[in-house]
Design a protein around this ligand. Sequence first.
Ligand code: CP
Length: 354
Amino acid sequence: MRSVIDILDLSVAEIAELLATANDIIDHHEKYENILRGRKLATLFFEPSTRTRMSFEAAMYELGGNVISLAGGNTSSAAKGESVADTIRVVSNYVDIIAMRHYIEGAALAASESGTVPIINAGDGGHCHPTQTLADLLTIYREKGHFDNLTIGLCGDLKYGRTVHSLINAMSRYANVRFILISPKELRCPAYVLEGKDPTSFIETASLEEAMPELDILYMTRIQKERFDDEEEYLSLKDSYILNNEKLKNAKADLKILHPLPRVNEIAVEVDDDERACYFKQTLYGKYMRMALILKLLKEKDNPKKESLMPADAIISDVKCSNPKCICQSEQELKTRTIIRNGIRRCVYCEHEI
Ligand code: CP
């Protein structure tokens, strides 16, 4: 059963196919209006969401399908201690496809092992968020017309910002893409995201002002309050970057400003009127890419090829993953599986070093 847990589960060719479908939906919406009549999507959100959940639901309705929804883990039997695996096994009986957001890293991969319908990762803790990346890619494609030869500044919380991790993975596959990683030292991008990629493509800096004149894309992010164990640390970092009109004076005229949203204060409201601001369009593009993805996964479900997202070289480990935020810590039956990547043994669920 084909699921999408990580953006790298989709090849570059498949991303191109999804972009083409999304663009066709934008141009010929009427063609798609009843295409999924009788099919059901479940949105299981164990963590707050506005855009991702509502755009998945709007996507399914616009394709003629139906939605059942669980918004908020405390209204489900997860609050009584039911595991992710059991929840997914049960919900698979009711629907054709599931979009799940969970606060635990690796929860979506674990879900894909127990479900009998496609699982779409709608965000797993601070790990990854592939469908946000699909929204980002359509925005970049429609605004810039290409993915190659771009300098992308990613600014803010690069440690816990799952959208950043997925976007780096996606954009690293195109030619001559440079990344300027702009963050305080405490919130640098995790090593597992950068491993195996060309190190000359990445520059790390704490200065948004210095990076600004070079950027084709500026991807602002919120400092992810909910991921901090230490509130004092959050308070000391929360105002690290605030983009305003003054800071944009040195930017390129054709810069594009993206943000996965929600924003707190990292983009001043005055920037919304700048024609380079794309973050509200980005939320609409997210709906079209989610429509394209649901269509693709249900088409493949109707013509199944047996497929597991568990890497073939993953082995069961005697040592449990020690990341307290990993799914291996909370699912009783789940065995830690590891892979060796660039000489480092990592948990397949959360990618932390074992
Ligand atoms: N970008 C994003 O994931 O937004 P929500 O948390 O509102 O879904």
